[in-house]
Design a protein around this ligand. Structure first.
Ligand SMILES: C[S@@+](CC[C@H](N)C(=O)[O-])C[C@H]1O[C@@H](n2cnc3c(N)ncnc32)[C@H](O)[C@@H]1O
Length: 236
């Protein structure tokens, strides 16, 4: 919006209409900006901001990036990646953690991602054939119902990063995690600055830890990439 405004300003500056434009812009743009700001304030108020206690972070380890996080997660486990896109991170999970089984869960239904379902099937056709990889084209929370309780050693969540989605995913997958297991995920960050899109992963994770007695086990420290988290039950 700012770019458009600057462009219009540049063009109109050389025209006699300029002073008329200034009047109109002064009248409308501040209102528009105020409206957008009010919308942001309203949605910000809806996010729960529960504070963690020392117990929630006592043994949390900071690791460099999500590749380093993979090195900390159990090898040869029963694993799910929830939100797969074209399978870039799935490939790292396979090669770095050698899972007994890897469930790739994604709805692949949006304009941006729908064509990737076939690409992921071909990418992992050998592993699908030998039973290591299973693909599930479903919504994240709906897919959770298809697994027994205490099934996964760990899961990695990377879907739409919204507060409500993350909250529901944490609740849906928690019972599916074995004792000592881990829920990890991407986008432990406030949002996408360039797209002015607010995420809710931090709020959902903290709320979940406080309400359900889980704690932070690992956080990553990337600067060029969004950060990841990993949580486990208190006392495990
Ligand atoms: C950011 S991409 C995943 C990137 C991938 N984890 C990686 O690191 O290479 C997000 C994916 O989540 C999927 N997705 C978004 N919302 C979802 C939902 N509610 N249930 C299942 N998949 C979802 C999209 O289709 C998309 O493929």
């Amino acid at each position: 919006m700012e770019e458009v405004r600057h462009f219009i300003k540049k063009v109109l500056k050389v025209s006699p209409l300029y002073s008329a434009y200034l009047g109109v812009a002064d009248h409308f743009w501040p209102k528009f900006r105020q409206h957008r700001r009010r919308q942001r304030e309203e949605s910000e108020k809806k996010l729960p901001k529960l504070s963690l206690s020392q117990d929630h972070i006592e043994h949390c380890e900071l690791v460099l990036d999500r590749a380093a996080l993979l090195a900390k997660l159990p090898n040869s486990g029963v694993v799910a990646e929830i939100g797969v896109a074209k399978g870039e991170f799935s490939s790292q999970i396979l090669h770095k953690t050698n899972p007994e089984s890897l469930h790739l869960i994604d709805i692949w239904d949006s304009e941006r991602y729908h064509h990737l379902y076939g690409a992921v099937r071909s990418r992992f056709d050998e592993e699908i054939e030998d039973g290591t990889v299973e693909i599930s084209q479903r919504f994240s929370t709906e897919a959770a119902d298809h697994f027994p309780d205490d099934y996964f050693d760990w899961v990695y969540i990377d879907t739409d990063h919204a507060y409500e989605t993350t909250r529901d995913e944490l609740q849906a997958y928690a019972p599916k995690i074995k004792a000592g297991g881990i829920i990890a995920g991407h986008d432990y960050t406030l949002g996408n600055w360039k797209k002015a899109y607010r995420y809710g992963v931090i709020e959902a994770v903290h709320e979940f830890c406080v309400r359900h007695n889980w704690k932070l086990a690992y956080l990553t420290a990337e600067v060029k990439e969004n950060r990841s988290f990993a949580i486990k039950r208190m006392g495990e």
